[in-house]
Design a binder for this molecule. Structure first.
Ligand SMILES: [Zn+2]
Ligand SMILES: [Zn+2]
Length: 264
């Protein structure tokens, strides 16, 4: 069983530590077959402080991953990605959507109308807004992200639960509609284990959503959202157990933006 960890960061984002070489060593030591780097693609200047690299750092990021791949040699496969914010900003150059050096792009929503709802410093905004409206707006944005057709992987699908705020009504209708729009693409959803390290203490997405994804034949992949080398492959045994209990026998890898299957 060769697992992949496709969601990891580098110090270029300003809130991760450790060199990519250390992430690779950690990945190889825990028996992963592949590690992919997906650092935060540049946000516009007024939003990015301590969150993403700058526009002028994207090329040095790509060279850094290239040299990390050379250093890794035959030990482990190293993939190149970005975690890109949706809605899209011109600060992430559109040419990267067709750049042959890139293996995959994760599409993630961290902002609801410029409110960084998953940032611990802005958590009080949850009490200023109606929780159902927050969820509604979040899943509207996610629908746009999926329909944009520019991403290979949907990042932390139900991130809006991060701090434990639960909606009053069910959003399963909205979530099912998202998945139906996905079935026509070749996108995968990641099991992101970082939620286990956050107040919600659950993976993204929930077991219930993973069951729905299986019924709709949506491919899955794995990401730890590591911001330190120690977090690489975090709780992947639990993630694989959840996938198998939902019926999955395969996960997805990506090479040059093309999806392939990996048997669990
Ligand atoms: Zn981050
Ligand atoms: Zn993210």
């Amino acid at each position: 069983m060769g697992l992949v960890d496709y969601h990891t960061h580098t110090p270029l984002c300003g809130h991760a530590v450790g060199s990519p070489d250390d992430y690779v060593m950690a990945a190889a030591a825990s028996g992963l077959a592949e590690i992919g780097f997906s650092d935060h693609a540049p946000l516009p200047e007024h939003l990015r402080e301590g969150i993403t690299m700058t526009e002028s750092q994207t090329e040095s990021y790509l060279s850094l991953i290239e040299s990390t791949r050379r250093n890794a040699g035959e030990k482990i496969k190293v993939r190149t990605g970005f975690e890109v914010d949706y809605p899209l900003h011109p600060s992430f150059d559109a040419r990267y959507f067709t750049d042959p050096r890139i293996d995959y792009l994760i599409g993630s929503c961290h902002f609801i109308d410029e409110w960084p709802f998953d940032h611990p410093d802005y958590i009080e905004e949850y009490s200023n807004r109606d929780i159902d409206e927050i969820y509604k707006r979040y899943y509207e944005l996610l629908a746009g992200l999926i329909l944009a057709g520019k991403f290979n992987i949907v990042g932390h699908l139900d991130l809006v639960k991060k701090f434990g705020h639960r909606p009053r009504r069910s959003f399963s209708g909205e979530i099912r509609a998202l998945f139906r729009s996905m079935v026509h693409g070749d996108m995968a959803v990641e099991i992101n284990t970082a939620g286990l390290r956050k107040p919600v203490k659950e993976m993204y997405p929930s077991r219930e959503i993973v069951g729905e994804l299986f019924n709709l034949n949506v491919p899955m992949t794995l990401g730890s959202d590591a911001h330190t080398p120690e977090e690489v492959g975090y709780e992947f045994i639990k993630a694989v157990e959840m996938l198998k209990s939902a019926g999955y026998r395969k996960i997805s890898g990506f090479e040059k933006r093309k999806r392939f299957d990996i048997t669990l």
